[in-house]
Design a binder for this molecule. Structure first.
Ligand code: NAD
Length: 319
């Protein structure tokens, strides 16, 4: 991102629960200069901008917030897409594919028509597939089209392991890889607490692999559990997006689990899926390629094949 040193500008498309949780987190964290809100429901975007503006006198950082249109994308550093349909109880993220493909296609077309040349961050579901759509429609280099991927799932895993082991989430180095959805998995062989292998600690504490897998199941089901109780999930993803955009603006070289275009790093090519990657001002600087066990490799490839099938059957016909 060439213009990283100038005013830091984000255009947010989609001012629903996820978009506004992210926007509110920016008001609290600061770190950007300008936030422009766009929504198909223009009145909602205006109302949300007004509501955030009225918090500015008590915010710790100065920031310009307004509702706008796609012309604002021209000089934006990052466009974040949270426009989309939400999961209803009983629906999977995959059920949203056709609706969200059409939404992402039209949003990205408008973004690019207005001369956008920054980094696209995609959060709408099914996020790995929507990031594929965004990259294909935008024509931007793959390192500049990033899906939120398993950022949130990894946060959930770190939280749950931290509770189980009574260790700060900061010292839990464990990732959820694969789809942000049902075919995700944890490469336990590459999970650490501090610098000690999680599997060794589990053995010392008499925690069985079944118990660890139960923790994964809770992570994988967490979205459904929350949707059943309060219809949608948004604070966790809002902060995950905040973490990602700060990593970009601050050129952090931090490892985050995001959805990246696969180029045979893990044995599959041509689709987006969640892997640990180094995030810098250029977006995805490089993927961290873990030496997965044969079982973990199979899980990753199976996850890719599941996404590929949906892309072929549902997405490609409408692109
Ligand atoms: P929401 O219904 O509250 O908000 C969606 C917003 O998108 C609405 O304001 C709607 O008007 C707007 N919109 C729809 N079509 C549009 C278009 N063509 N152009 C501009 N705006 C448009 O939904 P939400 O709860 O905020 O969820 C948004 C998306 O984020 C969904 O796809 C959801 O599944 C996804 N999500 C992702 C994660 C993650 O971890 N990646 C977590 C939770 C939700």
């Amino acid at each position: 991102m060439e213009n990283c040193t100038k005013r830091k500008k984000i255009v947010l498309v989609g001012t629903g629960f996820v978009g506004m949780s992210f926007a509110y987190s920016l008001l609290v964290s600061g770190g950007i200069d300008e936030l422009v809100l766009i929504d198909a429901n223009e009145e909602k975007a205006i109302g949300e901008a007004m509501d955030l503006q009225h918090g500015l006198p008590y915010a710790k950082h100065k920031m310009q917030i307004k509702a706008g249109n796609y012309a604002e994308c021209k000089d934006a550093d990052i466009v974040v897409i949270t426009a989309g349909a939400t999961q209803k109880p009983g629906e999977t993220r995959i059920d949203l594919t056709l609706t969200d493909t059409k939404i992402v296609k039209s949003v990205v077309t408008s973004v690019m028509k207005n001369g956008f040349d920054g980094i696209l961050v995609v959060a709408c579901n099914p996020v790995d597939i929507m990031t594929y759509v965004a990259q294909k429609i935008s024509g931007l280099p793959a390192n500049r089209v990033i899906g939120s991927g398993t950022l949130l799932d990894t946060a959930r895993l770190r939280f749950m392991l931290s509770e189980k082991l009574h260790i700060s989430t900061n010292n839990v180095h464990a990732y959820i890889m694969g789809e942000h959805g049902d075919t995700s998995f944890v490469p336990w062989s590459h999970s650490y607490i501090g610098s000690k292998k999680l599997l060794d600690i589990a053995q010392e504490k008499n925690i069985s692999i079944d118990e660890l897998n139960q923790i994964y199941t809770h992570v994988q089901q967490a979205g459904y559990e929350i949707v059943n109780r309060k219809k949608s999930t948004y604070y966790g993803i809002g902060l995950s997006l905040n973490r990602l955009i700060h990593a970009i603006f601050n050129d952090e070289e931090v490892i985050l689990t995001v959805s990246c275009l696969q180029n045979n790093e893990y044995g599959y090519s041509g689709i987006y899926n969640g892997v640990p990657a180094v995030i810098t001002k250029n977006g995805i600087q490089e993927m961290l390629v873990l030496d997965l066990t044969d079982e973990e490799k199979t899980k990753f490839i199976d996850s890719c094949k599941t996404l590929q099938k949906i892309i072929d059957e549902v997405v490609e016909p409408v692109l």
